[in-house]
Design a protein around this ligand. Structure first.
Ligand SMILES: NC(=O)c1ccc[n+]([C@@H]2O[C@H](COP(=O)([O-])OP(=O)(O)OC[C@H]3O[C@@H](n4cnc5c(N)ncnc54)[C@H](OP(=O)(O)O)[C@@H]3O)[C@@H](O)[C@H]2O)c1
Length: 299
């Protein structure tokens, strides 16, 4: 990361992953409009700079810094976290937004299914490694972007989380279920610390998310959602959860359209959430991608 932030330590600071397009870029722009300093997570420096330039053209005093990492690769997640710890004295909010929706099975260089690596494991690891910053900046907030498609998942084999095999029955949808389970267990572990954690369904949004989806899945999504909303509109609820005093004490909830929604089925299963936490830590440690010490950050 480049240090363009001299003199801006007093600004509330947020990391937004996947800030180079769609919802993440809109969230970064709206946080900038509110005077926040934003670390813009980007897969490449070029895409990060291009998105930062677009925001600066609209928000003249935007305080932006590009934070580069391919989040499907846990070594890059680690480097990103340690660079932020080195260069950023405070972190008031962590918006875990980056996601891929590949319909083909693609394994990462770590041997982990890509949607699962980017959409769940990267956020899980990043939250552990960055925890000292929100802890020293309380009150602080974690917001995880999930999706209503989580409710279509009828079974989840958590052994796949350890082995890195594809999640069943659909790895993107399952990863969005894992986002909610992660938030609930995170909120439980953060009780009383001054850090809240909530999940959001942004609705169906016109973005680049479908670019790796093929054939039937893509057609089905287009037919069932003829009227997508704009990224700017979809960013309102995540930004509300990240900044509004109205929800300062709200934690462990799932929001859509500005309101909390009741969870049901697998998403409401606290035992599954605890087991997910354990197997995610195990998957990272057994692969040498995290240490035991790092994984006990939350006790
Ligand atoms: N669009 C919808 O209808 C919809 C509905 C429900 C939930 N969501 C959720 O909304 C969130 C944002 O998605 P979006 O719709 O805005 O899609 P998007 O336009 O494709 O944005 C995804 C962002 O994540 C980044 N990203 C993906 N893989 C990455 C990786 N391996 N490393 C680093 N960055 C990576 C992308 O970077 P690149 O630009 O480099 O690819 C991009 O900035 C996701 O969590 C998604 O599940 C979207």
């Amino acid at each position: 990361m480049t240090d363009e932030s001299a003199g801006s330590e007093h600004r509330p600071t947020f990391l937004v992953t996947g800030a180079t397009s769609g919802l993440g870029e809109a969230i970064a722009a709206q946080l900038s409009e509110r005077g926040a300093r934003v670390l813009m997570g980007a897969r490449t420096a070029e895409r990060g700079q291009a998105a930062a330039d677009r925001i600066r053209s609209r928000v003249l005093d935007a305080d932006l810094e590009v934070a580069v990492a391919d989040l499907s690769l846990m070594q890059e997640v680690r480097s990103l976290a340690y660079q932020i710890l080195d260069s950023t004295p405070r972190l008031d909010g962590l918006i875990l937004n980056a996601a891929e929706a590949r319909s083909e099975l693609v394994l990462t260089d770590d041997g982990i299914e890509t949607n699962f690596a980017t959409n769940h494991l990267a956020g899980f690891l990043l939250t552990h490694l960055l925890l000292p910053r929100p802890r020293s900046s309380t009150p602080a907030r974690v917001v995880v972007i999930s999706s209503s498609v989580h409710s279509q998942v009828r079974m989840v084999d958590l052994n796949s989380v350890v082995t890195g095999a594809p999640l069943t029955p659909d790895s993107y949808r399952t990863s969005k279920l894992l986002n909610i389970l992660f938030v609930q267990e995170l909120a439980r572990r953060l009780q009383g610390t001054g850090i809240t954690a909530n999940a959001v369904d942004p609705g169906f949004v016109r973005t680049n998310l479908g670019r790796y989806s093929t054939g039937r899945r893509r057609m089905l999504v287009t037919l069932t959602h003829p009227l997508p909303s704009s990224p700017e509109r979809a960013a309102i609820t995540p930004v509300y959860l990240a900044t509004s005093s109205e929800v300062a004490d709200v934690t462990g909830r799932y929001y859509a359209d500005g309101h909390p929604k009741e969870l049901s089925g697998l998403a409401a299963n606290a035992r599954l959430a605890r087991r997910l936490w354990a197997v995610s830590a195990q998957a990272l440690v057994t692969r040498g991608l995290a240490t035991l010490n790092e994984m006990i950050a939350f006790g």
